[in-house]
Ligand binder design. Sequence first.
Ligand SMILES: [Zn+2]
Length: 215
Amino acid sequence: MSSSEIIKCDLCDYQFKVFARQEEELCDREYYPITRYYPLPEENAHLVRNYICDTCYNDIGNVVKISLIEAGEKYLNEVESRKTKKLTEYLKYLQEIDRDYQEVKIYCDKLKSINSILELDKQTIKDLSSMYSNKYPYSTGTYYLEHAQDIEKITKHNMKKISDWEKEYDIEISKYPKGYGSWDVVSKEEFKNVLLDSEIENMNTRKIVQLVNSI
Ligand SMILES: [Zn+2]
């Protein structure tokens, strides 16, 4: 039976002549009318898995063998195109490895050429610090690079966090200049410029200039 009026032999595609029958189908505990189709009895169709015609049925061993051989030969004939496809993928992977190699080499050479990480430009710091960019292999260095830059400024270049400079001169900046925050590490000269562009608690511009000149 079939809900379509086209029923074919599953092995040779021969299309059976059919007849329709009104039946009922149980759905949600209710019966609904449905038209189902069956091969005419004189077609002598055999229901094996799906319908197969009488000719195929009587020669089924041979029909199945031919079907298997056809599938095997199709597979064998496609060997070259399968190899070509895999080779293309393989070459693509090799290109990716080469591209990564070139990229990592540029960063690695740059790192070897500098005396201090403070010489690295902002974009390089960003690329080397990112755990997700995959531009450079991950290490503890990746994790600490940004902090190391700030700490190195403090330990080797007499620079301080802006908040520490504020403490040292006993002032409180209420509004930092654009691009600056209390955690930025700056030299004393840079701090003076920050002060000139800041708003400070209990200080007018004249007092700020006085303070800057006294530092
Ligand atoms: Zn058939």
